[in-house]
Design a protein around this ligand. Structure first.
Ligand code: TYM
Length: 332
């Protein structure tokens, strides 16, 4: 059986990277497989959050999933804190995860920075909670952007360690699904940095909440170089910013990078940027309009999340029970 699980942290607005690297792929997968899409609010807490903003962002991510085309009836959409088994399984898996595995995680190193002693325990054990998210549903496939690969490999390692230690294959080894034309969308300000929710400059990303005017401004201001558009894909190997914009254009228009380069070869960047703006507006404006419409009725979003959490719980509870039995925990 194939079961899909993926999630996004409710921190800030979602952006084009989240859309192209993850959500757009989910929209295609939802019709083929049983799919569970989570809003991972417990993960968001691993760095300081304003409580009111977290609550709002949790609803906004749910609304974004739906606005992008995820069907909440066919699939399960829920908030992580609504299913307590996530935290319980994370504890259990933490007991079999060597520190050495966590010490290798690049995200912790990046987020903790130099002041490691001040970083929270939650940030350190973040990948164990993520493994719990996936394994709690016996998910077989995890569609994500490239930056999550290491986390999913760790989830596989933990599932393997569990099987070795307890002699029971409770958890299938989850496969990362990293596909599509834009598995790593870069910042609009720096073509060598990932587009990220946490970048302090809002000009570094196109949010799925941006209106047409904001998108136009961000694309116009996107960093580029003074050269005209490249004649070949090879010619933009070190023109990181231009290569990123070409990649975005290709992903949004379902064209290969070669086709985009051929269309604009030798032309001025300003013309390309104008077309890219139109393309972004065409694809994103309907999402942001639908998202705003959904956000006007937070009660309806809460009802969807409650129903999703109930459905998720119904899958999670027996898996946790199986884990208890394998580990020798009393269930009375
Ligand atoms: P998060 O919230 O950082 O990102 C959500 C999804 O968007 C993808 N993504 C990108 N893809 C392409 N280009 C980018 N610039 C870009 N930025 C983000 C991410 O790869 C991800 O697929 N740890 C996860 C959340 C999580 C999770 C899980 C995911 C928690 N538990 C279980 C899958 C399964 C995260 O922080 O994603």
């Amino acid at each position: 059986m194939t079961r899909i699980f993926s999630g996004i942290q409710p921190t800030h607005h979602l952006h084009l990277g989240n859309y192209l690297g993850a959500i757009r792929n989910w929209v295609g997968l939802q019709h083929q497989y049983e799919s569970i899409f989570c809003i991972v609010d417990l993960h968001a807490l691993t760095v300081p959050q304003d409580p009111a903003a977290l609550l709002r962002a949790t609803r906004e991510v749910a609304a974004t999933y739906i606005a992008c085309g995820i069907d909440p009836v066919k699939n399960i959409i829920f908030h992580q804190s609504g299913v307590q088994e996530h935290a319980m399984l994370a504890w259990l898996l933490g007991t079999i995860t060597p520190l050495g595995w966590l010490n290798r995680m690049t995200q912790f190193k990046e987020k903790a920075g130099k002041a490691r002693d001040n970083a929270g325990l939650g940030l350190y054990s973040y990948p164990v909670l993520m493994a719990a998210d996936i394994l709690l549903y016996k998910a077989t496939h995890v569609p994500v952007g490239e930056d999550q690969k290491q986390h999913i490999e760790l989830a596989r390692d933990i599932a393997g360690a569990f099987a070795r230690q307890f002699g029971k294959e409770v958890f299938p080894l989850p496969e990362p699904q990293i596909f599509g034309a834009a598995t790593r969308v870069m910042s609009l300000r720096d073509g060598q940095k990932k587009m990220s929710k946490s970048d302090e400059s809002d000009y570094s990303r196109i949010n799925l909440t941006d209106d047409a005017e904001t998108i136009a401004l961000k694309v116009r201001k996107a960093k580029t170089d003074p050269e005209p558009m490249p004649e070949t894909v090879e010619a933009m190997a070190e023109r990181y910013e231009v290569a990123n914009l070409v990649g975005i254009y290709g992903a949004l228009s379902d064209m290969t990078r070669e086709q985009v380069v051929a269309r604009y070869a030798g032309q001025q960047l300003s013309g390309f940027k104008k077309d890219l703006t139109d393309l972004c507006v065409e694809k994103i404006a309907p999402i942001s309009a639908e998202l705003n419409r959904l956000m006007a009725a937070p009660g309806d979003i809460d009802a969807i999340l409650k129903k999703g959490a109930d459905r998720a719980s119904a899958i999670a509870k027996p898996v946790l029970a199986e884990t208890y039995d394998a580990m020798g925990l009393l269930r009375v």
